[in-house]
Design a protein around this ligand. Structure first.
Ligand SMILES: Nc1nc2c(ncn2[C@@H]2O[C@H](COP(=O)(O)OP(=O)(O)OP(=O)(O)O)[C@@H](O)[C@H]2O)c(=O)[nH]1
Ligand SMILES: [Mg+2]
Length: 462
């Protein structure tokens, strides 16, 4: 943590609002010299010094260029003294007019007076390092900023308010108590005896609780990162037309030439509250053409790596032997057969044949008229709705899932050792692993490398 603490010496600055024209832009400074730097670039209208501003107060002022004295813009200054600020340090926010030139100019003045450019997520990283939030809460901040649906927003909100962290903290405390008991029994075997059946009961409870939260992980990850839905099928069946219809815009090139799509196209969207990343791919076919062959390879990889496969069939052509092979190969995954071009009334796809492979997981649509498109979205959304209540508490990142899985492994190992009659020191080792993994989740125990990985995903200014 020392190396991490060392980074806190500088005063950082960044524009906290998106670049572009708008009502206001906010330039944010954080660090020991925030008030001093802001005081040398903003003159308050009431005539008092900015450094004297009371904690959590605001004042009208003018940003001026040191040296020339030229006024850059009028502004509102917000003063927040550490430790009761977002970062836990002294924070000054300068609200100027919302134009990119003015905001950049104000920021450049802060840099000239000694602030350094903030790295992505550095304000939130400082909040974590200064104990203003736990690591799972910091991750929730990012999920709120990037949430692409209301369900995702509410889910991240619960985590930002520390509900997941509090639960994990309780589990950790229970394990730490057990560790103290076991350690006592090891050190003072004559006076302390750990009741093994009681410990087994407690560990069984923890196993159930952590297991229940882990079961909701697919839903939590879907909400925070989006469900990857991949359109695949033979060439020219109408995948790109569906891609456009599902996005309600003309995103992918559509032609009647087989092999039109080459690369994988990805677009974010939302279907009935479910954040979705939709993928369009090259048609699956044997080809000697180098670029197309690479595209076909990528299509298969994309399908396998996606959460949901939409296998597209052309209703004017029917089902080929290849279609049957692909459908059989992917039916154990979340695969839905999508029969398109139904507007042409050819009805060549034998639905009974589809049902034999996919059961009731098929829909009829038309990329040209939009028929069935909403039903298709609802069908995918319902696959996820069946995973559980979207408002229920669940981990929101692969990192959190990994920590919980390792904690569960540790607990299950301890249960096994207890049942097999191993000595207390072996059980202690397994439980230490479990407690350590839970501490990693909330950030009580974390490496600088993990922090860098988490915060590099943030934008500058957050
Ligand atoms: N009438 C009708 N024509 C469609 C429909 N969907 C696609 N088409 C036509 O079918 C042809 C192929 O459509 P695409 O969407 O490019 O097919 P694709 O599967 O993406 O093709 P590749 O990228 O080559 O694999 C085009 O001429 C489309 O206009 C549909 O629902 N109805
Ligand atoms: Mg295409």
């Amino acid at each position: 943590m020392d190396e991490i603490q060392g980074q806190l010496m500088d005063t950082i600055a960044a524009i906290a609002t998106p670049l572009g024209t708008g009502g206001i832009a906010i330039v944010r400074l954080s660090g020991a010299a925030a008030f001093e730097i802001a005081g040398r670039m903003v003159r308050l209208r009431k005539g008092t010094a900015l450094e004297q501003m009371k904690d959590r107060s605001m004042a009208l002022g003018d940003v001026f260029e040191a040296g020339t004295g030229r006024i850059v813009d009028e502004c509102i200054v917000l003063a927040m003294k550490g430790p009761r600020s977002y970062t836990g340090e002294d924070v000054v926010e300068i609200q100027c007019h919302g134009g990119p030139v003015v905001a950049e100019k104000v920021l450049s003045l802060a840099f000239r007076l000694g602030a350094r450019p903030a790295q992505p997520g550095e304000f939130t990283k400082r909040a974590f390092i200064n104990g203003r939030m736990t690591l799972d809460e910091a991750e929730a901040v990012l999920d709120i900023v990037t949430s692409s649906s209301e369900a995702a927003l509410f889910h991240a909100g619960r985590r930002l308010r520390g509900e997941l962290g509090a639960m994990v903290g309780q589990w950790e405390a229970q394990i730490v108590d057990l560790l103290a008991l076991l350690q006592g029994a090891i050190d003072f075997p004559e006076t302390i005896e750990a009741d093994r059946s009681e410990i087994l009961g407690l560990l069984g409870g923890l196993q159930n609780d952590i297991g229940a939260v882990l079961e909701r992980a697919p839903l939590g990850l879907a909400l925070s990162q989006g469900v990857e839905v991949c359109l695949v099928g033979r060439s020219n069946v109408g995948k790109s037309s569906l891609f456009n219809a599902l996005l309600s815009r003309d995103r992918a090139i559509v032609t009647d030439i087989p092999g039109t799509t080459r690369d994988v196209l990805r677009e974010s969207t939302e279907w009935y509250g479910l954040p979705v990343v939709l993928l369009d791919t090259a048609g699956l076919r044997e080809t000697q053409e180098v670029v197309e062959a690479l595209g076909v390879e990528r299509a298969q990889t994309a399908a396998v790596e996606s959460h949901v496969i939409l296998y597209v069939l052309d209703d004017t052509q029917g089902i080929s032997g290849e279609d049957v092979e692909w459908l059989k190969k992917w039916q154990s995954r979340n695969c839905l057969a999508v029969i398109t071009k139904t507007d042409l009334d050819k009805a060549q796809v034998d639905v009974r044949q589809i049902e034999q492979i996919c059961g009731d997981r098929w829909v009829r649509v038309s990329g040209a008229t939009g028929f069935g498109i909403e039903d298709l979205k609802k069908e995918v959304q319902s696959m996820y709705a069946s995973l559980g209540d979207p408002e229920a508490l669940a981990p929101g990142s692969a990192r959190q899932v990994d920590c919980l899985e390792r904690a569960l492994d540790g607990i299950e190992a301890a249960i096994e050792y207890l049942n097999q009659g191993w000595t207390d020191d072996v059980i202690v080792l397994a439980l230490e692993e479990a407690a350590g993994s839970l501490m990693e989740l909330t950030g009580k125990k974390v490496s600088g490398e993990t922090l860098d990985r988490i915060f590099s995903r943030f934008c500058v200014g957050k």
